[in-house]
Ligand binder design. Structure first.
Ligand SMILES: [Zn+2]
Length: 197
């Protein structure tokens, strides 16, 4: 049917989250039809992002500079660290403009089912940040899922020796809810009403 390029494109698109084989075929066809308006600009944006964007060596955020622009911003409170599961949660917090501290991105949650242990997550770097001193509060903003809760309790154990207060977002956050799905008002309320972990 073709030299394999279309199959390769469909296969790669099908590995994106939320795209099954059928939607991957639809997206591939759409791209091929919109070669100049969409496919070429997209491929350039992908190449540029792959070249320029790196995880921040301090917090795990994604940016073109390292340390990232949040870690490097002197106006942001370095004594307040908000721990999030992934960068989309950080984006949700930033969209709400409700948090003036800094972040730590874990890169996921502990999961017995998926075989994710502490070493697979960005936890050692968090322990080092807290051990270095100057942190007044760690806000654990992992999601209200079973894995999110497990991760929060694990962090409380690991950070227990440093005598830094740990807090958790209040449960206006729906169980199983992810930060990215919350409207900014709900997220602001959950942050304000945070409580000891
Ligand atoms: Zn950073």
């Amino acid at each position: 049917m073709n030299g394999g390029e279309i199959e390769r494109l469909i296969h790669l698109l099908g590995r994106l989250p939320g795209l099954g084989p059928r939607s991957a075929r639809r997206v591939a066809l759409h791209l091929l039809k919109k070669r100049e308006a969409l496919m070429q600009p997209l491929s350039e944006a992908l190449a540029e992002a792959a070249r320029a964007i790196r995880p921040c060596s301090v917090c795990g955020n994604l940016d073109t500079v390292d340390p990232c622009s949040i870690c490097a911003d002197p106006r942001r409170d370095s004594g307040l660290i908000c721990v999030v599961e992934d960068v989309d949660d950080l984006w949700a917090m930033e969209r709400g403009k409700i948090f003036t501290g800094r972040y730590h991105v874990l890169g996921g949650t502990l999961s017995a089912l998926d075989g994710v242990g502490p070493d697979e997550l960005n936890i050692a770097a968090l322990v080092r940040r807290v051990a270095a001193g100057g942190v007044r509060e760690v806000i654990v903003a992992t999601n209200a899922t079973v894995d999110g809760q497990t991760t929060a309790h694990y962090l409380a154990e690991r950070l227990g020796e440093f005598n830094v207060p740990l807090t958790r977002l209040a449960h206006g956050v729906p169980v199983g809810g992810e930060l990215d799905w919350l409207d900014d008002g709900t997220l602001a309320t959950a942050l304000k009403a945070r409580r000891a972990l």
